[in-house]
Each structure stands twice: as structure tokens, then as C-alpha cells.
Design a binder for this molecule. Sequence first.
Ligand SMILES: [Mg+2]
Length: 305
Amino acid sequence: MRRRQEPARPSQFLRALARGPIARPVVHESGQWRTYDSCGADTNSDNPILMMRSSSFPAVFVVASALACAPAAGPAVTTTSTPVMGRTASADTIPASVRWYRASAEQRAIYLQTYRLATAALERRAAGLASGSWAVILDADETVLDNSPYQQDVSRRRAVFDSATWNAWVRRGAARALPGAPEFTRRAHELGGRVVIVTNRDDALCEATRANLQRVAIAVDAVLCKTDPSNSYKDVRFEAVAAGTPPSTLPPLRVVMWVGDNIQDFPRLRQDIRTASDSAFAEFGDRFIVLPNPMYGSWERNVLP
Ligand SMILES: [Mg+2]
């Protein structure tokens, strides 16, 4: 389910015009991908800037946008090189977000660090609970399974997401485990917990997902994929795990922890929490454990402050 964005204000539109050319990232969220043109402009139909271009803004702004994006004509001018944050030195098509995820020490450190802290929190939260009576719920993509090779391949081909290539990637079962995830799930079992994966992968891909998880030693008791294409929220499935009702195949379980890379991987949380007080985030680091995903997510639809 996709929420409508608020219309962009004119000041946002003008800031968009001032952006220079950047690489063309290709990102997806809950199976839905977004594309950007060579100026970094969101080319998707629900982009409020595009909507304004096509409706309320005069043609002069569209022309100005094209000029702002075009490379400067004339001979090259030698200048002192100044690093630009968020851009890579090469002119390839791999976005900085994918490069960070695929090839940074920080990515591995953060995953290992987070899963170690999550394990300590789980040991506290599960203390005294009867074996088999409780569960931890984890998301799959970019939480326990690493799909960044697919992201890199799509970007390198200057392609856009399509379900055929995504389904082929999932069916290959080639996603590796993210650092710390196998150890975390194994420890959850040692403590007497059940491990449930709640993912927005289509139900038709669920068997391939289970096989991939098993291949990379992610210990799971159940995998609940998305059966309702119109609803990407996971709350109904979270409640089914707690109640022991379909699509869960397990008995009722007390869910002591959620782990995910998207705010919607946590019960009833949405992007609007980002402007709430710090106290709204009090459960993060204890009952809720969030991992980084700069490549895609429900945050892409947020309006910049
Ligand atoms: Mg995910």
C-alpha cells in the first residue's frame, strides 16, 4: 500500500532544479522500484515534482530544469578538485548507497555490532520465559539476506527493476547472509525462542526464500510471505504470529523482538514517526532493532525538510 505524498512546495521544486548531474540509482521498496534520470530526478509517476511539471508549473521551469541538468559546453577547465559528499569519483552507474552497502567496512561493522547488541537484548528479554513460548520476528531482505549484488547488477546495466529479473534472482537463492544474522538466529534457538521471518516477498517466492535461508544457515521456524499484493504492511501477519492463526503455522507466541531495515518492519510504525519526540523511539535498541539500508525503503517518499 502506498501513501500519497503531500504536493511539493515551489521552493522544493527550485532546489531540485539546482541539483547537478548524478549517477542513476535504481532502488526498490517492498518489491516496488523507483528510477531516477541522469539529473537525479525521480521519474516515477507519483513524484510530486513530476506531477507539478505536468500540471501547475509553466513550461519555462521545465526548460530551466533541462538546462540546469545539461553538462556545460566548451573546453574543459582545470580546477582544484573538491570532494563532493555522496558522489563517487568514477562516472560509473553504481550509486553511492549501493557502493557503501557492497564495499564498506562500516556496513559490516554496523551489522555485526547491531546483531551483537540485539543478542544481548534478546538474552535479557527472554530471561525466565518458557522454551517454545516466545518468538523473534525478522524481516528478510537487507535484514538477514543481502540482495545488494542484484542492486549492483541492475545499476550497472542502467536497467530498471522488473519482476522477471527480481524473481530470477530470488529463485537462484544466491543471496548471502548478512553479517551476524546466522549467529543471532542460532542464539535465539539456543535460548528457547522461535524465529519467524515476515517478508514482503511474494508468496510465490516463499519456497525459494526458505531454501536460500537454509543454505546460508539462517535458522527459521516459519517464513510468512506477502499474500495480499495490495497490502505491504505487516501488522496482520505480526498479529497472526502472536495469535497462532493462519498464515502462521506455529502455536501462539509472545513476540519479544522485531528486527528490520524498514520502519514498517515494526508493529504499527510508519515514516511519520521521524518527526515525533525521541521518546517515540524508546523501544529501539531493546524490543525493536533496526538495521541500515541506504539503498531503498519507505523513506524514499518522504519530503525533505
Ligand atoms: Mg527489508
